[in-house]
Design a protein around this ligand. Structure first.
Ligand SMILES: Cc1cc2nc3c(=O)[nH]c(=O)nc-3n(C[C@H](O)[C@H](O)[C@H](O)COP(=O)(O)OP(=O)(O)OC[C@H]3O[C@@H](n4cnc5c(N)ncnc54)[C@H](O)[C@@H]3O)c2cc1C
Length: 461
């Protein structure tokens, strides 16, 4: 069920229908109040807010589907497969779980604990406690360091993590941020909201997100190629131009930095520097269908390894009770591996599992798939993590450019960066800023979502 009121839906569809063609024989020009570039979480949230205010908008999406980095694939396996985001962090505060989902979508709590493999056995209770205590100390060390200056997270790590150091570094760095702790700002890390409780959507987080876009008139396969900000905004697409009073641009930081969208005048250095400091880390799923649950996993078991180095992975097993297991590879190691291609990624995942559970597990692999987000031209990476010294970049990206273009997306959130919830809230915030610029609206906007608590504990992606 769409949450948009009938009235706002009518307004939204009117915006879509009212497209005056400017010149015969030329690409048409659409005139509207707001053009929203990208129909991922931020773009969908922005569009809903603009529609609810009764303003005209055009939502364009380069891909042939909505969702962006939060997309559920139902074709590769016989079960929902989230190719991007899967975890619903802090569900009691997450903007997506605050909305009423379609009845057919089931959101349920993730298991609270995780398992750790030490060679061919599971860690014992005491060993797990050691590991958890070291994570807490590492978190605290990074937060303490962040209070003094915006150094790299690695500088805040305690020296005495012993033989758990690689596992702690993997969990807090590549697994949580997509980058090694040497590449992540301690202030960014410390500001990020606590992610100690999680939930899943049985039909996929992408399906949940898509359900909130029902009724929104997104123009698919319509990439923005250029944005002219000299007089209001004009967005070029291969299907014609869209002129608007303001634009909300939600593409990833790496897409902006790639130059795929040409801005006129050029983006100020302040903004390009900020985008550069918020480059995307590397994080991919290697999805393995393990027939018959040969390793006896429970639904949604999360398994780490007490590894010797960062050439390691994590695994979310039996996703929502299915035979699908996601081996998560991330950081520099994940980036190098994904550059070698899908076959190399699947080989690694199979070998990694065999190392932890014995070679027989390889025989149980029926089907496989690996995402390669760094090579997806519409994302060019997984999610942002600020470079040391670069945390303030997130606030800079909240500033409008030429009072015409607002940026939104996961990178434009100070505490929920790297998440669907953060992208959603940033889309709403940009929409509110644009609505203020456009002047009084016909309807009062819905209540804003309360800000999340800030605590530095991160134990899930
Ligand atoms: C593998 C992986 C795992 C993740 N796991 C989680 C998780 O468990 N939980 C969580 O909360 N978050 C997770 N994330 C992060 C989360 O997916 C993102 O933070 C969020 O989806 C980003 O939303 P967004 O709207 O900012 O950007 P996007 O989703 O990237 O949306 C931008 C949209 O713009 C489109 N676009 C690009 N270029 C153009 C153009 N020129 N013209 C028009 N459209 C264009 C793109 O196709 C895309 O649809 C994960 C991400 C990845 C990659």
């Amino acid at each position: 069920m769409s949450l948009l009121s009938r009235r706002s839906l009518l307004a939204a569809s009117a915006a879509f229908v009212a497209r005056p063609a400017i010149a015969a024989g030329m690409a048409s020009t659409t005139a509207t109040d707001v053009v929203i570039v990208g129909a991922g979480a931020a773009g969908i949230a922005a569009a809903r807010r603009i529609a609810a205010a009764g303003r005209k908008f055009v939502l364009i999406e380069a891909a042939d589907h909505i969702g962006g980095r939060c997309f559920t694939d139902n074709r590769i396996f016989d079960v929902p497969y989230d190719r991007g985001a899967h975890w619903i962090h802090t569900p009691d505060l997450n903007p997506l779980t605050k909305l009423t989902a379609r009845r057919s979508l089931e959101v349920y709590p993730a298991p609270a604990s995780q398992k750790v493999r030490i060679g061919r056995r599971y860690a014992r209770e005491g060993e797990l406690e050691d590991f958890l205590a070291l994570q807490v100390r590492a978190n605290r060390g990074i937060t303490d360091a962040a209070r003094k200056s915006d150094v790299a997270c690695s500088q805040g790590l305690p020296n005495d993590l012993g033989d758990w150091r690689p596992a702690v570094e993997f969990m807090l760095g590549p697994f949580a941020c997509g980058k090694e702790l040497t590449q992540v700002s301690a202030v960014d890390f410390a500001k990020s909201a606590e992610r100690n409780t999680d939930a899943f959507c049985r039909q996929g987080l992408g399906a949940l997100l898509a359900s909130f876009a029902e009724g929104l008139p997104a123009k698919l396969s319509t990439p923005a190629t250029a944005i002219d900000m000299r007089r209001d905004v004009s967005v070029e697409t291969p299907k014609g131009a869209i002129s608007a009073r303001a634009a909300i641009v939600t593409v990833s930081t790496n897409v902006i930095m790639s130059g795929a969208i040409k801005f006129t005048p050029e983006l100020p250095k302040r903004q390009t520097d900020a985008f550069a400091k918020l480059s995307l880390g590397s994080y991919d799923h290697v999805a393995l269908e393990l027939a018959g649950n040969p390793l006896g996993f429970d639904s949604d078991d999360l398994v780490f390894e007490k590894s010797a180095d960062l050439r390691t992975a994590a695994m979310l097993a039996n996703v929502s009770g299915t035979q699908l297991c996601l081996v998560e590879i991330a950081g520099s190691f994940g980036r190098d591996l994904s550059a070698k291609g899908e076959a190399a990624m699947v080989d690694f995942a199979a070998d990694w599992l065999a190392g932890l559970y014995g070679t027989d597990v390889k025989k149980a692999i029926k089907r496989s798939h690996a995402t390669r987000w760094n090579d997806e031209p519409l994302a060019l990476g997984a999610f942002s993590a600020a470079a040391p010294g670069g945390q303030s970049a997130r606030r800079i990206l909240m500033e409008p450019v030429q009072n015409a273009v607002w940026f939104a997306g996961e990178a434009v959130h100070e505490t929920l960066w790297g998440t669907v919830g953060g992208a959603w809230e940033s889309g709403e915030r940009a929409a509110e800023a644009v609505l203020r610029r456009l002047g009084p609206t016909k309807e009062a906007p819905p209540e804003t979502v309360a800000p999340q608590r800030r605590k530095p504990q991160r134990v899930s992606r």
